[in-house]
Every structure is written in structure tokens, then in C-alpha cells.
Write a protein that binds this ligand. Structure first.
Ligand code: AMP
Length: 228
């Protein structure tokens, strides 16, 4: 079966989309497409797009649909997405979902939506303990009370930083944007006849969740791991 596969990871900020994508990408030979990571790279590069979106991202609002749609359309054509791709943080509005729907159906991409469900109190607690290496981008979920001298990247020793948009006041804005603009995307995708699975993500380990996602994909499409 050489039809491409698309796994849409759907859920609020802090629901574990990036963690799941990192666990599943290599096992399934799928490209990890994180619009948040792509946008942060543009901000770090200081190019025109980066300068345009920097303030928007820091405020917790969503960046314009056209810009994100273009980025994703280009990204899915790269060779590492030949077998398929995991979408992390996209689509985040109904217009984005509508465009994606047309493209997936035109290209006959086998698609599953996984909704990572999590209580907002858990999101707020998780994001307040999330730190990132400013150099290599590795994300760490630090337990409360971690001493400052331990807040360094285990890969390159760089001091960890809080992402600007993980500050509590910005997290509230991101959750508001999720409720207003992103939550309706799930209904749209269900209405467009995609298989959508809800998985409780607040109370289970990342490995348990990844195993369940893999299980669901296998039930839906048969063997999905690399080389199968
Ligand atoms: P994330 O890392 O996915 O939480 O994304 C961080 C920020 O990037 C979001 O708060 C938005 O400002 C922006 N962003 C990421 N993905 C999208 C998207 N699909 N549509 C609009 N804005 C996005």
C-alpha cells in the first residue's frame, strides 16, 4: 500500500501533540510538520515572515491563515513526507481545515484525526513547567521545585528558557484562541467524514498514548510502521 498517510494531532496547547509526534515520526516514517516550530524558526532567522509573526505569536494570537497554509503546502512536498506526515498544530482554524480537506481528498491521502483531550488546569500546570533549550530546541517538562542549576540542556549544556508564549498570561490568550478558533475545527473534520479518535492525554504517560495511537492507525489502515 503506497497511499500516503496523514495523522492530524489535534488538541489545545500543552496537550502533548509535539511529544506524540516526536515518539511516532520515526516509527511510522512520517515527517513531523509542526507549524509552531516552523514559525519559531522563521522568527529566529529574522526574515520578513519572522518579523511579521513575532509579535502575534508573543501575544498568543494566531498568525494569518494564508501564511500558514502556504508554509504547510510547501512542506508536505519535501521528500521526507513521501510516505506521509504528522500535522502538529495545523489546521487551527476552519478556513485552514477546509483548504487541507480539499488537498487531502484530491491526493487521496489516508487520514486520521487524534484528539488529545486534557483538562485546562493540567495544561496550565504543564506549560508553566515547560522549558526549552534556546540552541537546539529540546523541550523539558520540569517538575515544580527543580533547582535553577539543573535547568540546563542535557545535550549541549545551554541554560533552559521559558518560551515567551508559555508565560501564564499568554497561555490564557492561547487557550482563548483555541476555544474560539480551533475547537470548531474538530466538528468540521468530523463533518468532512474523517475518522476522529479522542484520547485522554492528561492522566496517561506519553508512551501509553503513542501505543494507543499506533493501535488505532493499525486498526484503520493495517500495518503502518516503517517497512511494513
Ligand atoms: P504551537 O507551538 O503549536 O503552540 O504554536 C505557537 C504559536 O504559533 C501559536 O500560538 C500561533 O501564534 C502560531 N501558530 C502555530 N500554528 C498555527 C496555525 N496553524 N495557525 C495560526 N497560527 C499558528
Amino acid at each position: 500500500m503506497n497511499q500516503r498517510l496523514c495523522l492530524i494531532l489535534f488538541g489545545p496547547p500543552g496537550s502533548g501533540k509535539g511529544t506524540q509526534a516526536a515518539l511516532l515520526r520515526e516509527k511510522l516514517c512520517l515527517a513531523h510538520i509542526s507549524t509552531g516550530d516552523m514559525l519559531r524558526e522563521r522568527v529566529a532567522s529574522g526574515d520578513e515572515v519572522g518579523r511579521t509573526v513575532d509579535g502575534i505569536m508573543k501575544s498568543g494570537a494566531l498568525v494569518p491563515d494564508d501564511l500558514v497554509n502556504r508554509m504547510v503546502a510547501d512542506r508536505v512536498e519535501l521528500p521526507d513526507a513521501a510516505k506521509g506526515f504528522i500535522l502538529d498544530g495545523y489546521p487551527r482554524t476552519v478556513p485552514q481545515a477546509s483548504l487541507l480537506d480539499g488537498a487531502l481528498k484530491a491526493k487521496q491521502v489516508r487520514t486520521v484525526v487524534v484528539h488529545l483531550k486534557v483538562d485546562y488546569n493540567i495544561v496550565i500546570a504543564r506549560l508553566s513547567g515547560r522549558k526549552q533549550c534556546a540552541v537546539c530546541g529540546t523541550v523539558y517538562n520540569l517538575p515544580p521545585g527543580t533547582p535553577p542549576e539543573s535547568e540546563v540542556c542535557s545535550k549541549d549544556g545551554t541554560r533552559l528558557i521559558v518560551r515567551a508564549d508559555d508565560r501564564p498570561e499568554t497561555v490564557k490568550e492561547r487557550l482563548k484562541a483555541y476555544d474560539i478558533k480551533t475547537a470548531p475545527v474538530l466538528e468540521f473534520l468530523e463533518g468532512a467524514a474523517y475518522r476522529c479518535f479522542g484520547i485522554e492525554s492528561g492522566t496517561r504517560t506519553p508512551l501509553e498514548i503513542a501505543a494507543e495511537i499506533e493501535d488505532r492507525l493499525e486498526k484503520e489502515f493495517g500495518a503502518v510502521a516503517c517497512g511494513e
